[in-house]
Design a protein around this ligand. Sequence first.
Ligand SMILES: N[C@@H](CCC(=O)N[C@@H](CS)C(=O)NCC(=O)O)C(=O)O
Length: 209
Amino acid sequence: MTDRPLTLFHSPRTRSTGVLVLLEELGAPYTLEVLDISKDAQLAPAYLAVNPMGKVPALRDGEAIVTEQVAIFLHLADLFPKAGLAPAIGDASRGPYLRWLVFYAAAFEPALVDKARGHEPGKRAMSPYGDYDAVIETLAAGLAKGPYLLGERLSAADILWGTALGWTMAFKLVPDRPVFADYARRIAERPAVVRARAKDEALAAAQKD
Ligand SMILES: N[C@@H](CCC(=O)N[C@@H](CS)C(=O)NCC(=O)O)C(=O)O
């Protein structure tokens, strides 16, 4: 828990939607600064002062700025320990928890972006993710036992992966296998996820006006 104000710099239907879902799941108090990236609001000087990369999400925690979706996940899940979404430091499952969060940013996203653009990863040994199939099979193996990445225990890693698999399967960047579809559905049906999605869709609709 924290007394500091939390502000999420958010654009609907983007990577910041995952953070919005996590904030709802944690029951965290927060305010939104909504940016319309279709109008390049992320490139305005006021926002570049927050994130010089001109990317969402960004989180302001008091005076501190956190960028990068996975860093924000780690920070928020630790900030609200009562929600139980982050294994504590020293807990054996903290290692696998960190593994799956980092694997998302370090292997899964680069593999999918390369695939979407038709870029070959090049020599396996030179690619940070090996190859696309290795990433997909590693994830499938990680989810095979279930119901969550850490087994019976839900964590912030599942909020990230469950929401991401929803849209990556919709874009056919991830094969539509039961192991992925069942898991994505399990996460999508959570009340906090439904609530966050409704908020996100309302914001997206407002930006169309
Ligand atoms: N590595 C960043 C990537 C963030 C990112 O690419 N965000 C997209 C939205 S999903 C964005 O801000 N796009 C606007 C732009 O690049 O101008 C993270 O994981 O947070």
